[in-house]
Design a protein around this ligand. Sequence first.
Ligand code: AMP
Length: 409
Amino acid sequence: MSTSPGLKYIKTIREFELTDKVVFLRLDLNVPIDGGKITDETRITASLPTIKYAVDRGAKLVLASHLGRPKTKDDIQFSLEPVAQRLSELLGMEVLLVEEPKSNAAKALLAGLKKNQIILLENLRFEPGETKNSDEFASILASYCQIYINDAFGASHRAHASIEALPRMMKEKGIGFLIEKEIQILDQLLENPARPYLAILGGSKVSDKIGVIEKLIDVVDTFIIGGAMAYTFLKARGVPVGKSLVEADKVAYAKEMMARIEARHKSLILPQDHIVTADFKSGRGELCTQQAIADNMMGVDIGPKSLGACEAAIRGAKTIFWNGPMGVFETEVFSKGTFGIAKAMAESKAPMRIVGGGDSAAAAEASGYASQMTHISTGGGASLEYLQGDKLPGLEILRNRRPSVEAKL
Ligand code: AMP
């Protein structure tokens, strides 16, 4: 068993005898697909080590994943077909796509499965029972599998049938290499971070990040707050922010948070200058050299002076955790702050440079510096929930608790 606290009493795939066993491998193959083409295959490549390990040990593999949020089975743009094809190329194996995971097709294929073949179930969310955590759906899946392995970190915060109900029914269950790595890294951010520890938070809403701020306030040495979030904090300081996005009901929280950061003698870096626009759909921005923003303008990126302050903090840090873009990075003219953070992190000598999934993973990817990070989490929501101390249903169900032993400890 692993020593990382978050993995206590959870078996890893290494602890199972896999030869000739039917292994249900829940993966997160939820990749962006545009016109039938996969536009970012990070999640597929991140799943390969566990797949290859199981294949090498002679397991009969049933891979499963969700993709997007289909409303019905007819939403064929959510089919895993392109993923099956890409997996087949990457593995040099035949990937058999089973369109009806509830039918007998999987069982029939398993009976005659050849060494160079693996099964991939079609998008689990085509089946309404998946998101309802249906026992009925889970028991059908359980009926043809002997070992359950979860390696879908990005989906483990959801109590869905393939994440919770299915492993609840299985005796043999554990995690793959991706989840193991994700949790080990997130645990290091909480338990034993090298100092100075810098957390860079951005994105659209303070409300989404409150949990993680609360948790990190005791461990982090310096916070950088950028993105739209920053305007709620600036407003709380009494700085005019024009038409920038502000969560009016979180201004008091931001004020209190700043007082707590100060009381703990920690640092907070807020934008000192900005890129502003009168209309962000116009794609035109201008530099606002001061912290205060004119009434008719909205802040859409941090300015060069602010980026300079962020770069200096990044250079001095040993642990860096980044979640949330510094601006509307999807528009090129508003992307300099976000991409500047990615570049500074890539150039930093900090042993831990972690990008916390979701939009910041997409931004790191778009910046061209993704490969130079220590780790980019494959789960945005899951990594934030884990960091803020929430229990992930997909992990909890795999914990092989021994109550009598635990009670004595
Ligand atoms: P989140 O999902 O909370 O990480 O937010 C990511 C989104 O925040 C991205 O789509 C950005 O375009 C958006 N965002 C970042 N900065 C700003 C800003 N200053 N104003 C409006 N939206 C922003």
